[in-house]
Structures are given as structure tokens and as C-alpha cells.
Ligand binder design. Structure first.
Ligand code: AMP
Ligand code: MG
Length: 344
């Protein structure tokens, strides 16, 4: 299959690209588009045949449900049975934005494969001009997971989508780099108090200020039977080709680790804050200023993907505190590393 990639901006020609994207989606095909979090791979969420194509193109397990994207807040009522009070508050405060709300789904209004057989659905209104323009043009909900092959880091640029899905999908809308660079926060409001199934750009601190206590399970707690789960959590995620190891953000420790690894014949890639720039390592990818978690979040997937363009045999990634967006960064890093730590 030929994959066409079209730039969309404020230029008049962009209108034609939106029209093409809408025609392709209405014909039951998939289209990749930018959101403020990462690039999504969209299909009309009421068309089961189209939604199945997302799973095929990504190689995504069919028991991992998809997030439904809508263009206006009012549409929620079409798909959700009883909208909880806390969800109303969250929508008012954080939509459009990087917050997915898991709520009870109305029967038979969305394609079966969207919800992977659950009686809930994750829904959000994205805050990106291209995503919103596409949704306003098509006037239908779009199911859209991240536009990467399953297991790989999410795409933050159209070129990442091409790297993963060229030949598998017909159309990409290129709207430049995404802003946040980490997937949306997934908040399950069917529990009391609500549970963060996946940390993201809307932090626990921001949510608690708005709606009171929320539970944010640690990675270990997420594996416990009693903890509510996002079905996708059991799968490998965000992983570059070479194995990733976490290491404390301590220059001496990192230098020692690199020396040890070199003596074992490894070529090492290092993902670390800007302050590590002078370190002697085979490949170094800055994730920005350590104090600026938003900047680190935005740089993370780009850096993980850049490792795949090197000859590195092992990747060291420095850790950060779990305050604010740090929780989302550590969640992705722990998954990319499969929980492995480098111990010198
Ligand atoms: P992605 O589509 O790759 O951004 O991943 C979507 C995430 O949201 C996955 O971790 C899913 O497991 C989670 N998710 C989507 N829908 C639901 C739902 N109804 N209940 C719980 N988790 C969900
Ligand atoms: Mg994903």
C-alpha cells in the first residue's frame, strides 16, 4: 500500500488534505494525524471494519481497547450512559486537553472492537488544531491509539509514523511536532475515588486540586490483583531495539556504568538531562533541563527512537522524581526498560 503524507497548516491547500483524509476515513480506512500528545492512528469509531484496521496496521493485541476522540464536549452524551459528576468537572476544566476519561459506555453505539468487550470506554477531546479540524470536518468520533507499531515508542513527528507504518496505512496528516510528547492521562471515573490508569500531561496534583483525592497506583501496585487496570498495561511498551536500563541521575554512577559496559564490549547510548553533555559515551541524547519536566516529557520518545538509528547495544536512561509530569516520564521509562535497573 502506498502511504501518502500531506502537510497541514493554515495554507488554503490544507483544506483539500482534510477533505481527502475525511473521504479515506469514511471509506473505512485509517488516517494518522497529530494531537497535542502524540500522533494518533484514527478510524471512524462506529465502523467495526475500519477500527479493526487500526489493530492490523499497529499489530496491536485485540484485547487492548482504544481511546475515542471527539470534536465537541456535547458529543459525550451520545456514547456515555450516566456521566459521573467528577467527569463533568474534569471536562469543564481539562477539555480540550490530554485527559482521557473512562466511563460507562452505552450499548451498541460504538464499534465492538473499540472497547475490546468492556462496558466502559475511554474518551477525550484533543487540544490540537489539526485533530480538531479533522473531527469537525468528519463530524464522527474517531478511535485513535498512538500511530506506532505496537510496543514501539509513540510518534511525536510525522516521520516517526512513516518509519513505523509506511506501507501499512494510506494517509498521514503532517502537522509538525506534537507539543506534550506523552500520551494522555487516563482517569477511570467509574471508581470512587477515581483511579489514574496511565499518568500523563494532566497530573495527579492538577486533578486533585479540581476533584479531590485520586489514586495513582505505582507500577508495582498496578500489577496487584486488587488494583483497577488499563487492559493494555500487560504489554511491552515504548521500547527501542536495544535493551534499556534505568540508572540514578548521578554523574559518577553513570560514568562508572559506562566504563564497565565498555569493558564488556558494549556500545552505550545515554538518555540524560542536558547537564550530562560532556560525558564520554558512544551516543548521547539530551532530554532537556532536569528541572523542566514538561521539556523532558516532550523530548523522551524522540530520544528513545533516536537510539534505533545508532549501533548502541545497550541504553542507559537516567531517572527523575515522580512529581508532576515526572510520574508520566517514569511510567514510560519503567515500561521501556521492562523494570530493569543498571547496578554498578
Ligand atoms: P493508546 O491507545 O496506545 O494511547 O492506549 C490507550 C490506553 O488507554 C491503553 O492503556 C488502554 O488500556 C487504556 N484504555 C482505553 N480504554 C479503556 C477502558 N475502557 N478501560 C480501561 N483502560 C482503557
Ligand atoms: Mg500507544
Amino acid at each position: 500500500m502506498e502511504t501518502v503524507c500531506k502537510i497541514v497548516d493554515s495554507n488554503v491547500n490544507s483544506q483539500l488534505n482534510y477533505t481527502q483524509a475525511v473521504d479515506i476515513l469514511n471509506a473505512g480506512e485509517v488516517v494518522a494525524f497529530p494531537t497535542e500528545t502524540v500522533y494518533g492512528l484514527g478510524a471512524v469509531a462506529t465502523n467495526d471494519y475500519a477500527v479493526k484496521k487500526i489493530f492490523e496496521a499497529k499489530g496491536r493485541p485485540s484485547d487492548n481497547p482504544l481511546i475515542v476522540h471527539i470534536g465537541t464536549k456535547e458529543e459525550v452524551e451520545l456514547y456515555i450512559e450516566n456521566i459521573p459528576e467528577v467527569a463533568m468537572k474534569c471536562m469543564d476544566l481539562f477539555w480540550p486537553g490530554p485527559l482521557t476519561l473512562v466511563m460507562p459506555v452505552k450499548p451498541n453505539v460504538l464499534a465492538k472492537s473499540v472497547t475490546a468487550g468492556l462496558n466502559t470506554v475511554g474518551i477525550r477531546m484533543p487540544d490540537h488544531p489539526v485533530a480538531l479540524a479533522l473531527l469537525h470536518h468528519i463530524k464522527k468520533p474517531l478511535a485513535a491509539p498512538s500511530a506506532n507499531r505496537s510496543g514501539k515508542p509513540s510518534p511525536t513527528e510525522a516521520i516517526h509514523v512513516k518509519d513505523d507504518l509506511q506501507g501499512y496505512i494510506p494517509y498521514i496528516l503532517d502537522g509538525g511536532s506534537t507539543g506534550i510528547g506523552l500520551e494522555s492521562t487516563v482517569l477511570d471515573v467509574t471508581h470512587e475515588p477515581p483511579v489514574i490508569l496511565r499518568p500523563g500531561g494532566i497530573t495527579k496534583e492538577m486533578l486533585e486540586e479540581a476533584i479531590g483525592p485520586v489514586i495513582q497506583p505505582t507500577t508495582i501496585e498496578q500489577h496487584m490483583e486488587s488494583t483497577p487496570k488499563a487492559p493494555g498495561m500487560k504489554y511491552t511498551h515504548y521500547a527501542p531495539n536495544a535493551p534499556v536500563y534505568l540508572i540514578h541521575c548521578d554523574k559518577k554512577k553513570v560514568e562508572q556504568a559506562i566504563q564497565q559496559l565498555h569493558s564488556q564490549g558494549h556500545k552505550v547510548a545515554l538518555l540524560a538531562p542536558e547537564s550530562f553533555v560532556n560525558i564520554s559515551v558512544d551516543y548521547y541524547f539530551s532530554i532537556g533541563v532536569a528541572a523542566n519536566k514538561e521539556e523532558m516529557g516532550a523530548a523522551l520518545y524522540h530520544a528513545l527512537r533516536a537510539c534505533d538509528k545508532t549501533q548502541a547495544t545497550l541504553i542507559l536512561a537516567t531517572t527523575t522524581s515522580t512529581e508532576g509530569v515526572g510520574a508520566a516520564i517514569m511510567n514510560r521509562l519503567e515500561k521501556a526498560a521492562g523494570g530493569k535497573w543498571y547496578i554498578t
